[in-house]
Design a protein around this ligand. Structure first.
Ligand code: M6R
Length: 604
């Protein structure tokens, strides 16, 4: 998984490539590179690439006197084939053809062998390099034609940008990897995501699978998979560059945690029909089809998987539907029976395991819904219906606002399913929806507890291990709290259903293992708190206001607003995010770019 950019216009390409690449670092950041048309000698390239951060490479570029002309391509990498080294960094070059690639070329070994038999010498261990050699081999004055032939031999996924100084245009193409184009004044841009180019243009074209684009400095020629020209569908981006920048917070993660009231409001906006006691969603299903459902199967990864587990409790209670939730990479599609609704949850819409699980489920002929935060992402083209969470771009690697927005989308879906199946009366649905509208305000109250949570985080920041426990709706949040702490604070953490502790993990509890008890719904967790207190552990409880029983058993209590259990899970999610954030901050860790991780995992 990587980020790619391209520029052709009337300004020097290098600085623009570095600037746009830096905004894509969340897609991968172990190596970077640029290729620009040379100023010195016509029809040749200047290529600069290395392992490490983009900012370091930029310094080298500036030291060299900012070489290059007004056209170029760039790449930020997260290694998949070959280690993060200088020679594996993109662009890959063959003669005067340079390419940057995001995706996986599945048949690259086969292609590499046949190219080697023809005498081609490879410089890297990457799958991507084969593309550079193929394009060069086919190039006879028509770059688009050569790229078409090369891509015709490739199995797998790609978003590519290709530069050859002999050609008057750049070529971009995509299959199963995101790519957007931007139309500026005397300039055309390409990038893996919109925020990268937003400070240059707001006129965007989202490329679709199979499309190829020829980028000239004053126009874009778009072609479909058959090579026929297509009219450009320009989209005006309304959200500001600020939305993709830190906006005064020290980290994107903290900014994104604070954006949650807004993200929830947006996700609910225009969808709650209070008078009818119903919800408006584009599910691609009739009420009759919803009534015929007998099961829901959910596939997702990481934090999105935890949102899936939350839905398990929700759908059974609001719609009488049993739910299976599976980690997408372990999905066994043969268990899908007619009458199943398959839901794939993925904030990025590009997670390879989730996309594959969704594709497998489609073979079984079941109805499918995607829940995603990215309009135009690959998942939206695969599912029958899509619910967009409207959290805005999330840059921090740790999912925060996209998670609670997924929970909000699932709350809406639960009511829609319950209503269509006559499982909820209009009155019950109306009551639930009214409470949903109060959720953004309740989340705001949790954010106001930040200093209290920060003090706790700092007190336990050097703990060797943490436990999170919760029951019912709060069990998925216990898992999420543990994941967050592992991910950004690097503290080994375990999430458990409260009732499971005594079946083994209790052996690990000592005075050195702080336990976070999510205690906003139900009384049963109190006995679990007593169990761990008896073993010497400190217990930090997130509980509802005025719960005097919890105060008697926990070491520290943070009071959260009282609300229905499903909504209190959202409040606890925000609380554990803050706990993880302030812990990692105390430890001075690179919160937005935790080691070994990337925002969007487009490999299986
Ligand atoms: O884009 P997705 O929601 O499909 O991503 C799934 C996981 O990779 C993601 O949730 C990951 O676990 C987060 N970094 C956790 O904060």
């Amino acid at each position: 998984m990587c980020g790619i950019v391209a520029y052709i216009g009337s300004e020097k390409a290098g600085p623009i490539l570095f600037d746009t690449l830096k905004r894509l670092e969340y897609r991968g950041y172990d190596s970077a590179g640029v290729a620009v048309k040379s100023q010195e000698s016509k029809d040749s390239l200047e290529v600069l690439k290395s392992a490490g951060r983009i900012a370091d490479l930029e310094k080298v570029y500036l030291k060299l006197g900012s070489p290059g002309e007004t056209v170029g391509i760039g790449h930020t990498r997260w290694a998949t084939h070959g280690n993060p080294t200088d020679r594996n960094a993109h662009p890959h070059v063959s003669g005067d053809v340079a390419i940057v690639h995001n995706g996986i070329i599945e048949n690259y070994l086969e292609l590499r062998e046949s190219l080697e038999e023809m005498g081609v010498q490879f410089q890297s261990e990457t799958d991507s390099e084969v593309l550079a050699h193929l394009v060069r081999m086919y190039y006879q004055g028509d770059l688009a034609g050569a790229v078409t032939k090369a891509l015709g031999q490739v199995e797998g996924s790609y978003a590519v940008a290709i530069l050859c100084p002999r050609s008057p245009y750049l070529v971009c193409a995509r299959r199963d990897s995101p790519l957007v184009l931007g139309m500026g004044k005397d300039a055309v841009y390409a990038a893996s995501d919109v925020p990268a180019i937003l400070s240059y243009t707001r006129d965007i074209v989202r490329m679709k699978d199979g499309e190829m684009a020829l980028l000239y400095k004053d126009k874009i020629e778009l072609r479909d998979a058959s090579g026929a020209s297509k009219p450009l569908e320009l989209e005006k981006i309304e959200w500001g560059v600020d939305a993709a920048e830190k906006g005064g917070y020290p980290h994107f993660m903290l900014k994104e945690i604070h954006e949650q009231p807004r993200a929830l409001q947006e996700t609910f906006a225009g969808r709650i029909l209070e008078i009818e006691g119903d919800v408006r969603l584009d599910l691609g299903m009739t009420d009759f089809e919803i009534r015929s459902l007998n099961r829901v199967s959910i596939v997702a990864c990481g934090t999105s998987y935890h949102a899936g587990l939350f839905a398990k409790y929700l759908f059974s209670r609001a719609a009488g539907l049993p739910v299976d939730v599976e980690v997408a990479s372990e999905f066994q599609h043969i268990q899908l029976r007619p009458g199943t609704l398959l839901i794939s949850i993925t904030q990025s819409g590009e997670t390879a395991d989730t996309l594959l699980a969704l594709k497998k489920s489609k073979v079984c002929g079941v109805k499918t819904i995607a829940i995603t935060n990215v309009v135009g992402s690959t998942v939206t083209g695969l599912a029958d219906g899509t619910i967009f969470t409207r959290a805005g771009p999330e840059i921090g690697v740790a999912a925060t606002k996209t998670f609670t927005a997924q929970m909000a989308a699932l709350l809406l879906l639960a009511v829609r399913l319950g209503k269509a199946r006559n499982y909820l009366t209009p009155d019950q649905a109306r009551k639930m929806l009214m409470e949903f509208t109060r959720l953004p305000g309740l989340v705001q109250s949790v954010l106001e507890k930040r200093e209290e949570i920060k003090a706790i985080a700092e007190k336990y920041a050097y703990a060797e291990c943490y436990f999170f426990i919760g029951r019912d709706f709060l069990y998925p949040i216990a898992l999420e709290g543990a994941l967050k702490l592992k991910e950004i604070a690097y503290i080994p953490s375990e999430g458990y259903a409260g009732g499971e502790l005594k079946h083994g993990p209790l052996a690990l509890i000592t005075g050195k293992t702080p336990v976070v008890a999510l205690a906003t719904c139900g009384k049963k967790v109190q006995s679990n708190i007593k169990e761990v207190r008896a073993r010497g552990a400190d217990v930090i409880a997130f509980a509802s206001e005025d719960d005097s029983d919890i105060v008697k058993v926990a070491s520290t209590v943070v009071e959260l607003p009282k609300t229905r259990p499903a909504l209190s899970a959202v409040l606890c999610a925000v609380a554990v995010q803050l706990l993880a954030y302030y812990t990692a901050n105390k430890l001075n860790l690179p919160i937005d770019k935790p080691r070994n991780l990337a925002k969007c995992v487009t490999v299986e």
